[in-house]
Design a protein around this ligand. Structure first.
Ligand SMILES: Nc1ncnc2c1ncn2[C@@H]1O[C@H](COP(=O)(O)OP(=O)(O)OP(=O)(O)O)[C@@H](O)[C@H]1O
Length: 266
């Protein structure tokens, strides 16, 4: 009998400070002063708290939707969860294989061929050589790039690169999926195929963590929600309840913006 550990992910007190490079106010009056200004007025470095004491736990079966206004910290939280950023404080505990679906067309080697890039990306994803050999053809097939197998990646269009990135990232089923909006990879024909694959990967995953501004998608996919505001958890709960709190937040901030404008405009 095999014993299997249930997939889970828990974040404790995740805090991230990022350096911010602030440039002093400059008024360029000529190209000469612009050059002198750029050379003798280097930006000042300050640290900014982008995530602040984020704690939550996701159990097997959960589909958690991360919502919040622009700049609330959603993408940064996903980057910490996928290991792209090391938190300044706090830690993550998890069990299960994890795949990120963020920036899928980044990180290719332009000088290497399509085939070589599949190999490189697959290796970085932790796939074994035998597994990669089996996946090579299906990945190129799905991306519709079979005839470009030996072309250098830099000769591909941006849509073709996106298709390749999507095809590799979704080639195998993982336990935990961390992603932002559904990816609109390529032309209409490809998008339809990509949606179907995405749906099957989401259904097959044990845990999904999705950041989006799309309420319909959130209601469709998620059972739980996490509302971020200025890098902190403002609300955590069932998805419908979280979206309601978020809607109220949007209304109050819109109302206060109107009041600010009225007060300022006279
Ligand atoms: N590399 C960085 N250096 C400094 N500050 C950053 C960096 N990346 C993001 N930030 C800041 O962190 C905050 C959160 O950004 P983030 O991209 O996580 O927001 P978001 O909730 O995903 O927003 P959106 O809905 O607009 O995508 C923002 O104020 C942003 O300016």
């Amino acid at each position: 009998m095999t014993t299997m550990t249930a997939a889970h992910l828990a974040a404790y007190n995740l805090t991230l400070d990022l350096p911010l490079f602030l440039q002093g106010e400059r008024t360029a009056t000529s190209w000469f002063s612009t050059l002198v200004g750029a050379a003798f007025d280097p930006p000042k470095r300050e640290f900014r708290r982008v995530l602040d004491g984020i704690t939550f736990r996701v159990e097997e079966g959960d589909r958690i939707g991360i919502v919040g206004r622009n700049g609330a910290g959603k993408s940064t939280l996903l980057r910490v969860l996928t290991g792209a950023y090391q938190p300044t404080q706090g830690w993550i505990e998890e069990s299960g294989t994890k795949q990120a679906l963020l920036n899928i067309s980044l990180g290719f080697n332009g000088e290497a061929t399509v085939r070589e890039n599949i190999f490189l990306r697959g290796t970085a994803m932790g796939l074994r050589t035998a597994q990669l050999r089996d996946l090579m053809e299906p990945v190129m097939e799905f991306a519709e790039l079979r005839e470009k197998a030996n072309h250098r990646l830099k000769t591909l269009s941006s849509g073709q690169r996106m298709r390749l990135g999507f095809s590799i990232a979704t080639a195998i089923q993982h336990d935990i999926m961390v992603m932002d909006e559904w990816i609109g990879a390529g032309d209409a024909g490809f998008i339809k195929k990509a949606r179907e694959r995405m749906r099957s990967r989401v259904n097959g995953a044990k845990i999904v963590i999705l950041a989006s501004h799309n309420f319909g998608l959130m209601k469709d996919v998620c059972n739980k929600g996490l509302l971020l505001e200025r890098g902190k958890v403002m609300h955590a709960g069932p998805i419908l309840e979280t979206l309601k709190v978020y809607e109220d937040l949007l209304k109050t901030t819109a109302a206060s913006n109107v009041e600010d404008a009225e007060a300022g405009g006279g």
